[in-house]
Design a protein around this ligand. Sequence first.
Ligand code: ADE
Length: 224
Amino acid sequence: MRIDIISVVPDILKSPFEASILKRAIEKGVVEVHIHNLRDYSLGNYKQVDDYQFGGGAGMVLMIEPIDKCIRDLKSERDYDEIIYLTPDGQRLDQKMSNSLSLLKNIIILCGHYKGVDQRVRDTLITKEISIGDYVLSGGELGAAVLADAVIRLLPGVLNDETSALTDTFQDDLLAPPVYTRPREYKGLEVPEVLLGGNFKAIEEWREEQAYLRTKKLRPDLLE
Ligand code: ADE
């Protein structure tokens, strides 16, 4: 998979891809992540990428020209399955959407900033609009990192244990069951007996039950 991220503050996007699972996925060649500074596509000497909004009002708006130029350059090199714009009024990201995005080959993620982008970008260049939650961030960069993480960890070969993404919370509309590690007892707090016995059928049944009970208690909406 190849992910191209377009941003006016590309520095924010560096560290998420330089550690742990995402770093390893890139090193293994499972995914390529390319971060593009929108200012490199700006017009004129001042590297301008934003301007005041027509009709007045607070906040700057990202201009269509540099975005169009950047996307056109990328599209001249390869086909893209989706051109995604991160925005609080987009479709809410969930596990199902992450699963389907993880099947794509090439995607572009455009990060909004300030008041957002000129509407004509959304009308003509963007194929999908995604929000990471009902709150407003100062830009789309952290959302892009969240989206990229949710997708990249699903790619084959990224997680060591191939089955571990399949047992994630939400993967079957249930929250994941509790997990424990050593020590078996800590200040009187004990690990459930069933996990220590090596009876894998009983462990599986216990986990299924716990997943259901936890979902019923914490996220009953998932069971509806
Ligand atoms: N940009 C600002 N807020 C956002 C959000 N909640 N999701 C995605 N992009 C955003």
